[in-house]
Design a binder for this molecule. Sequence first.
Ligand code: SF4
Ligand code: SF4
Length: 456
Amino acid sequence: MMSQLTEKLKLTLDYDELTNCMRCGFCIPACPTYRETGLEAASPRGRIALMKAAVDGLMDPDEGKLRDQLNLCLGCRACEIACPSGVKYGHLLEQARDVLEEKVEYPWWIEKIRTLVFRYLFPSQRKLQLLGSLMAFYQRSGLAAAARKLGLLRFLPKQVRDMEAILPKATGKGVVEQLGTIIPAKGEKVATVALFRGCIMDVLFTETNKNTVRLLTEAGCEVIIPSDQNCCGALHAHSGQRNLAKELARKNVEVFYEAGVDYIVSNAGGCGAMLKEYDHLLKDEELGEKAKWFAERVKDISEILIDIAPLKIKGTMNRRVTYQDSCHLRNVMKVSSQPRKLLRQVDQLEYKELFEADRCCGSAGIYNIIQPEMSMSLLDHKMENVSKTKADVIVTANPGCLLQMKLGVHREGLSDQVETVHIVDLIAEAIELEKKMKEEGSGCGCEHHKKEDKSA
Ligand code: SF4
Ligand code: SF4
């Protein structure tokens, strides 16, 4: 007799998608977990075979092997890009995790934390901002320095300690509180865009959100920031909380639809990819058409600044930079050339392509906390490649990747030599430098301009 779990998997998993896999194995070399382990079960083909075996009743989904392999998967979706059959592995992964998650019985305190984080914290920007204020107080009041000095942090798990060391400056005031909800275009208006501000993004990377608005307005976009928007739900969907992800998606679709904009702009690859797939997430719902409208309009900031409203100011900066792709930006949003073009158009900036920039850095949402061994192993490979570029700036386009690369730099003891920056902040800084240079009628301070100044 079929177990309840098998029945549920059968009802939830897209069987056509499962059988679309012709087992050719083209996806295998693209998979980071396969490359690390060499195990078929830790490859996309292997995971699809496990899912199918469970659905066909050939394997007990409760026995753990399926769950273990799905947990080890980064969800980076590099396998989708390599697949000639166009198997939507990411959708299968989310569906399977959703079913398996329902059957997991966590200790009561973990259950409480999960409920608190998923249901109460992430869906409420007000609560996240309160958390941001508390973190800002901890960081700036001297408490953080005292805790480090007294060695109090040693009681925390190593991953949490490492994260604490690299956390950006938090704030309780997000982009709406600082800039308002409607920011006019500079010069002639090219488009009206809505900014997706993110949840954690708006508490830990508020400056990046503000710089995003700045670049968009410089490029001729009127920016609207609907204040009722909420978290995109990516963390929920990737953790088997698909119903909660749907709740969040419905609210976002309604709010942005009301705004009636030309584009919805994201500056975080992970969020952007989730937003871009709202049409799939809500396809069977009344809201389906609106979700389609929404998904069609989602763009990454670099797509806007290169393809739609080209940025007029190029900026200047004398640094050697390299770029790490965000997996979701590259593999789901299919955006990889635009960030590179943005970087290449900055004067004086030396761009070094990173070997295997398209490989996951091991961040993957909360993967670096729940699968620290695999995550750190991937990060170590990444840092070896970064060191070969001799870059003094690592640029990324997603907060998770940014923190992971920062962690890599911290672990290598290179924090004084190598900076990690979101692409938006780097371009904004380059523009600032160019403006300053023009105002002062001098060089940007780079060797090239110093020589010019001396000879003048
Ligand atoms: S999503 Fe990434 S880690 Fe998971 S199977 Fe595909 S390539 Fe491998
Ligand atoms: S490349 Fe696509 S069709 Fe081939 S094994 Fe991988 S998932 Fe299946």
